[in-house]
Design a protein around this ligand. Structure first.
Ligand SMILES: [Zn+2]
Length: 97
């Protein structure tokens, strides 16, 4: 796996960002995107923008396919899924149990 040379990373680049910065000046260095996880056919990743001039930060957001969730919304989704999975598991014991 390629690692981005530290000199090419803007100071605002989070550790989870996998983009190669410094190739294109301007807009490209304001967006930071993580590696992707795939659940079924949906791509999940983190995304954040930082304006190098003003330092204004948007995100990080969790991208679920085309949906953009705040971290708080993603946590709510996790909680809801966990509740449903726990309830479902009550009636069907996990495999191998
Ligand atoms: Zn970055």
């Amino acid at each position: 796996m390629d690692t981005v040379p530290p000199s090419d990373r803007p100071g605002t680049c989070p550790t989870w960002c996998t983009l190669t910065h410094g190739r294109h000046r301007g807009e490209d260095d304001t967006v930071h995107v993580s590696g992707s996880l795939v659940v079924r056919h949906t791509v999940l990743r983190l995304c954040m923008t930082v304006d190098p001039g003003t330092g204004a930060q948007e995100g990080p957001f969790v991208l679920v396919g085309a949906e953009e969730l705040t971290l708080h919304e993603a946590e709510a989704l996790i909680d809801a899924l966990t509740q449903l999975v726990d309830r479902g598991a009550e009636v069907s014991p996990p495999a191998g149990a």
